[in-house]
Design a protein around this ligand. Structure first.
Ligand SMILES: [Zn+2]
Length: 164
């Protein structure tokens, strides 16, 4: 039903995979930036489901522990960061049954570009997606340097749609 409805609006010139986010979730997640009085960064997980050539965001969760004290500081341990990320993602997929799990964090500054530290993290991970949330946008960055000298970096635009 959902995919059908989105299909109507589909642009034939865009055969690529598309990323959709319901307006209700978009409003809640972007509000994290508005609510951040101190300008502090919120980190968390964003969940999505694959439906044909679409990935539809179903929910998100803020990781309170990390958000309190993590900004764009250089990670204390790169290895620990990678291990934690792999472990958390696997657990969420296997135990909670999530289809797609992306890490996201807010940029209360308003920039949807990757911060220097964000790039360093992706570079360390070799491949992955980092979702940046600003007051106005939800943008994903796909990074892959496994088979090329220069990393492949693709911007994932999340399209907002009205859900019932
Ligand atoms: Zn960042």
């Amino acid at each position: 039903m959902l995919a059908e409805r989105i299909d109507v609006k589909r642009d034939n010139n865009m055969p690529h995979f598309r990323y959709m986010i319901p307006k209700k979730i978009f409003d809640r997640i972007t509000a994290l930036c508005k609510d951040s009085k101190s300008g502090s960064i919120s980190w968390g997980q964003m969940y999505a489901e694959r439906k044909e050539s679409f990935a539809v965001v179903t929910n998100f969760e803020v990781n309170e522990v990390l958000s309190e004290n993590e900004g764009h500081e250089r990670p204390h341990s790169w290895m620990k960061l990678k291990k934690t990320k792999i472990k958390t993602t696997r657990k969420l997929k296997e135990e909670q049954g999530y289809d797609i799990v992306w890490e996201f964090h807010t940029h209360p500054s308003g920039s949807s570009e990757l911060h220097e530290i964000d790039l360093k993290i992706l570079n360390y991970l070799s491949v992955g997606v980092m979702v940046i949330v600003t007051e106005k946008d939800v943008v994903g960055w796909y990074y892959d340097k496994r088979s090329t000298k220069k990393p492949i970096i693709e911007k994932m635009i999340f399209e907002v749609y009205e859900s019932p």
